[in-house]
Design a protein around this ligand. Structure first.
Ligand SMILES: Nc1ncnc2c1ncn2[C@@H]1O[C@H](COP(=O)(O)OP(=O)(O)O)[C@@H](O)[C@H]1O
Ligand SMILES: [Mg+2]
Length: 322
C-alpha cells in the first residue's frame, strides 16, 4: 500500500533522514521506532507531504505522492499528531464528527457511533461529549484525537506518538482497542514511537531508526530473538524482559515445555496463542495449581505449572544469548 523509496531530508546540508526505504502492506500496523531526534517525525511527514523530501519518493497504491495535489492527498490520509490538534472552539462531539462529515459520511450514523467510539478510548460519553478541549487533560485530549481519527476511517492513518500523554494502564487499554478497531475497519497505520514495549505490543512490523537511518526492520520477535547486532540488541535490552513476556506465546515454548497428564485439580485453561504475560496473570490466580493447555481444535495438550513454564522460557532466553 505504501512504499517509501530512499527518502532523504536535508536541512542546511545536514541529513536528518537518510535513504530510508520501507514497505507497508495494506491493513498492517507499521511502527517507526527510535530515540528522540532520530528522524521519525520527519519521515512520517514526508508521507503526507507536510515535509517535502530532498530526494526519494513515496508511492501510495501505485501512485507517486509527488504527482498529487498535497491537499487532496492529505484528505485521504488521517493524521494524529503528538499535540493532538483538536479544534479549540469545537466540543468533543463536533471535533470527532467534523472530518467524517467533510468526507461525506452520514451525520446521523456518525452520531450513533460516537458513544461507542468514546467508550473504546476510555472516555465516558455522557461526561465528555459536550466538553471543549481546554476542559480536558492532555491524555483525554489525545484520546479524543484518536477517536476522531478512527471515526473518519481513513484508508491510511499516520500517528505521531499518539499514546504518549496517557498513563500506563489507560495507555495499554486504549492501544489494544485501537489495534482491534484498526483491524476491524482495515485501516493501514504508520505510527511513530520511542517506546520499545509499545512498539512490540502493537506493531505488525517495526522499522528501527537511528540518526536518520534504518538499523533494522522486521517483526517484534526478530528484534528480541533474531540475529541482531550489538546496537540493535542494546536498544531492546532495557525493556527486554517486559517485552519478551508480551510477545512469547505458549506455542513458542511448546518444544521445551514439559506437559503432564494431570488427573487432579486444575485451576483453568490457557490457549496456545496466549502470551506469556497474560498466562502469568492467570497463574497469579491459580497459584500452585496447574493449568490446562488447550489447542485451537479444542484438544488438551496436557497441563503445565508455573515453574515448568518459566523453565521453558529461560531455555528460550539462553538460546538467544548463547
Ligand atoms: N525544519 C527543520 N529544520 C532543521 N532541522 C530540523 C527540522 N525539523 C527537524 N529537524 C531536525 O531533524 C532531526 C530529526 O527530527 P525529528 O524527525 O523531529 O525526530 P524524532 O521525531 O525522531 O524525534 C532533529 O535533529 C531535528 O532537530
Ligand atoms: Mg517526533
Amino acid at each position: 500500500m505504501v512504499q517509501a523509496e530512499s527518502l532523504t531530508k536535508t536541512y542546511e546540508e545536514k541529513s536528518v533522514v537518510e535513504s530510508v526505504s520501507f514497505q507497508v502492506a495494506e491493513g498492517e500496523v507499521f511502527v517507526l521506532l527510535g530515540r528522540s531526534g532520530c528522524g521519525k517525525t520527519t519521515t512520517l511527514k514526508m508521507i503526507n507531504r507536510l515535509v517535502e523530501p530532498t530526494s526519494g519518493q513515496v508511492i501510495i497504491n501505485g501512485k507517486r505522492t509527488s504527482q498529487q495535489d498535497p491537499i487532496a492527498l492529505r484528505r485521504n490520509i488521517g493524521y494524529v499528531i503528538q499535540e493532538n490538534g483538536l479544534f479549540p472552539h469545537y466540543t468533543v462531539e463536533e471535533n470527532i464528527s467534523v472530518v467524517p462529515e467533510l468526507l461525506g459520511h452520514d451525520r446521523d450514523e456518525m452520531r450513533s457511533r460516537l458513544p461507542d467510539l468514546l467508550t473504546q478510548v476510555g472516555l465516558s460519553p455522557e461526561k465528555f461529549i459536550g466538553k471543549y478541549p481546554k476542559e480536558l487533560s492532555g491524555g483525554e485530549q489525545q484520546r479524543v484525537a484518536i477517536a476522531r481519527a478512527i471515526a473518519a476511517r481513513p484508508p491510511l492513518l499516520l500517528m505521531d506518538e499518539p499514546f504518549s500523554a496517557l498513563d500506563p494502564i489507560t495507555r495499554s487499554d486504549v492501544r489494544t482497542n485501537f489495534y482491534r478497531l484498526s483491524k476491524k475497519f482495515g485501516i493501514t497505520v504508520i505510527m511513530v514511537t520511542h517506546d520499545v514495549a509499545e512498539a512490540i505490543e502493537i506493531a505488525d512490523h517495526i522499522c528501527l531508526m537511528e540518526e536518520g537511518r534504518i538499523l533494522r526492520q522486521g517483526e517484534g520477535k526478530d528484534f528480541l530473538f533474531g540475529d541482531n547486532n550489538a546496537v540493535v540488541a542494546s536498544f531492546f535490552d532495557a525493556a527486554r524482559f517486559e517485552t519478551e513476556l508480551k510477545v512469547v506465546t505458549i506455542t513458542d515454548l511448546l518444544s521445551s515445555l514439559t506437559l503432564k497428564d494431570e488427573e487432579g485439580a486444575v485451576a483453568g485453561e490457557i490457549g496456545l496463542d496466549d502470551r506469556l504475560y497474560s498466562v502469568l496473570d492467570k497463574f497469579s490466580r491459580a497459584k500452585i495449581l496447574p493449568l490446562n493447555v488447550r489447542g485451537q481444535d479444542g484438544r488438551t495438550h496436557g497441563t503445565t505449572t508455573l515453574s515448568s513454564l518459566l523453565e521453558a522460557f529461560f531455555k528460550l532466553e539462553r538460546r538467544r544469548s548463547s
